[in-house]
Ligand binder design. Structure first.
Ligand SMILES: Nc1ncnc2c1ncn2[C@@H]1O[C@H](COP(=O)(O)OP(=O)(O)OP(=O)(O)O)[C@@H](O)[C@H]1O
Ligand SMILES: [Mg+2]
Length: 252
């Protein structure tokens, strides 16, 4: 279980997060929606201590992330796969090199050749041919890069996967492929996930529950049909303004 408890975070005068409470239940996929610049990526980064809160707490399996030791954080990061908004692959390494870094044991002692079959298996999971292992990130399409980012995130067999905008910038066909993959990984690997997106269709396709982050707090968090039926004017405005324009969402 991942719990955000009263999380506050500012970078300047105005807080980005002002008391976020959110619990991600075991086994569920939670879609996190919100306008651009509202703090979705900032919130997600707190789960693996890429950022620390000014106030509040984040618990992963009961471990308080802000006060965890270096060893505990290392262990948490192996349990939490993170798909970065921009894929964040190393451009100077091949796809195999990128996956090998994530597959290797803590000490980096395993010979590279022994990792190749596992890397090929990861690519198979995300519907990419093993020949892609030899390509550099610069040689991949946007959709392929996203899939390699997902393959890397699941390399350590995580219990949790945090996806930051996995479909943003993709055409609808590739976006659907990624959404289907998220659903499949949740089912086959039993992972608990947060999917940050500003694509409503995607949120409703993958989310067991949908949460809306606006103005620093979670405005609503409920099953998709409840969110759609919400009488909260802020929720209504977000859902109705965005529906119909989902395909013209600009890349982040
Ligand atoms: N490391 C940082 N230092 C200073 N400001 C930051 C930092 N990270 C994020 N911000 C600011 O925090 C705010 C929220 O950013 P964040 O990236 O979380 O938005 P987002 O909801 O993910 O937006 P998008 O949908 O465009 O990805 C923005 O105003 C951003 O400029
Ligand atoms: Mg973001």
């Amino acid at each position: 279980m991942i719990e955000f408890r009263g999380v506050w975070k500012s970078f300047g005068a105005e807080p980005v997060l002002s008391g976020v409470d959110l619990t991600v239940r075991e086994g569920e996929t939670l879609a996190l929606l919100g306008p651009s610049g509202t703090g979705k990526s900032v919130l997600l980064k707190h789960a693996i201590r890429l950022l620390t809160p000014d106030r509040g707490d984040i618990l992963v399996d009961g471990v308080s992330i802000p006060s965890a030791t270096g060893g505990q954080i290392k262990a948490v990061r192996r349990r939490v796969g993170y798909v970065f908004q921009n894929a964040a692959l190393f451009d100077s390494l091949t796809v195999f090199g990128n996956l090998a870094l994530a597959l290797d044991d803590e000490d980096g002692h395993r010979p590279l050749s022994s990792l190749r079959p596992e890397a090929a298996e990861l690519l198979r999971r995300v519907n990419l041919d093993h020949a892609v292992l030899n390509l550099y990130p610069g040689e991949l399409s946007g959709g392929m890069r996203k899939r390699v980012g997902i393959a890397r995130a699941i390399a350590s067999r995580p219990r949790y996967v945090l996806y930051d905008e996995p479909t943003t910038g993709l055409d609808p066909v590739n976006a659907d492929i990624i959404d289907a993959l998220i659903v499949e990984l949740a089912r086959d690997l039993g992972v608990t996930s947060i999917v940050v997106t500003h694509d409503l269709e995607s949120a409703f396709q993958v989310g067991d529950r949908v949460a809306l982050l606006t103005e620093g707090t979670i405005r609503a968090c409920a099953a998709p049909e409840e969110i759609l039926a919400s009488e909260d004017p802020v929720v209504q405005r977000f859902m109705h303004r965005r529906f119909g324009t989902a395909e013209s969402t600009p890349p982040a």
